[in-house]
Design a protein around this ligand. Structure first.
Ligand code: ADP
Length: 265
């Protein structure tokens, strides 16, 4: 809380009034601090791939391009770094779109069971053979009003993390339940897990449990922050539970009103 004191003084020189304006500036200060932190984070995230690329390109220009045993590898590094920057800029654009006032969802009624299955099918085609999938979805149609593109991105981000952090031979379990006017969707893995004290922070922009490792895995640190905003825009919530060394479950809820259509489907 900060106080602004205005002294009201008449021409006579006597002080005969005092206006105290007390206003809560903590909220504004918090926003300013977060903004500064965000800009610092973005700059850092872009500088890292750029400096890596600069040194590899310098080495190539200095003659490494002639050496067939190293040039392809150096070029691959610069390509990967470029890809990472593109991912980062795309994620940033996505976040800034959501921050803008005219952000709108294009909602449609869809059967979430089919929708969820289609997304899992897509990952099933490209996943590593050593990871297996287990589906525990509802056995009846369940219609929810959602923006398909946005929820596809939410699930893409959650599932790609589950795959990224899964050990060889790990099982990923996809679940869907209906509980008290909500549909609860979850993805569980048997990966490294997340320490209890960091579990809520994973939804913050740029937060990573293990910075070095997740950068190597190609993450931007924005995936779950985007997922959170999108789920909340649908009136739902997102959360995670985890046991270190055992695995992680990321879940989200969506409002659900049972209709007759569901019973018929
Ligand atoms: P990133 O692009 O780094 O994956 P996210 O926002 O998607 O960014 O995730 C934030 C952080 O949360 C990750 O860097 C990782 O440390 C942690 N995390 C997310 N999902 C999992 C998971 N399934 N298992 C373990 N750690 C996870």
């Amino acid at each position: 809380l900060r106080a602004n004191f205005s002294v009201i003084q008449k021409e006579t020189g006597f002080v005969n009034g005092l206006i105290t304006v007390l206003h809560d500036i903590t909220e504004q200060e918090k926003i300013d601090m977060e903004r500064r932190e965000f800009v610092a984070n973005v700059s850092h995230e872009l500088r890292t791939p750029l400096t890596t690329m600069r040194s590899y390109l310098e080495a190539l220009a200095d003659g490494a391009w002639k050496d067939e045993s190293i040039a392809p590898n150096f070029l691959e590094v610069t390509q990967n770094e470029t890809e990472r920057m593109i991912r980062l800029v795309n994620d940033l654009l996505q976040l800034s779109k959501m921050d803008s006032k005219d952000y709108r969802l294009t909602k449609e009624w869809i059967n979430f069971v089919d929708f969820y299955n289609r997304i899992i099918d897509r990952f099933e085609l490209t996943k590593d053979e050593s990871i297996s999938f287990n589906r525990l979805l509802l056995d009846y149609a369940c219609f929810v009003e959602i923006d398909e593109d946005k929820l596809t991105q939410v699930l893409d981000n959650i599932i790609s993390n589950a795959i990224k952090y899964s050990p060889e031979g790990g099982v990923i379990t996809f679940k869907m339940e209906e509980k008290g006017g909500l549909v609860i969707v979850s993805v569980s893995d048997e990966g490294v897990g997340i320490p209890k004290e960091n579990i809520d922070q994973i939804f913050e922009r740029f937060y990573r449990v293990d910075k070095a490792r997740t950068r190597k895995l190609g993450g931007t640190g924005l995936g779950l922050a985007i997922a959170k905003e999108m789920v909340e825009a649908h009136g739902g919530e997102i959360w995670a539970t985890s046991i270190e060394g055992k695995g992680t479950t990321v879940s989200f809820s969506l409002p659900y009103v049972q209709t007759e259509e569901d019973d018929w489907a």
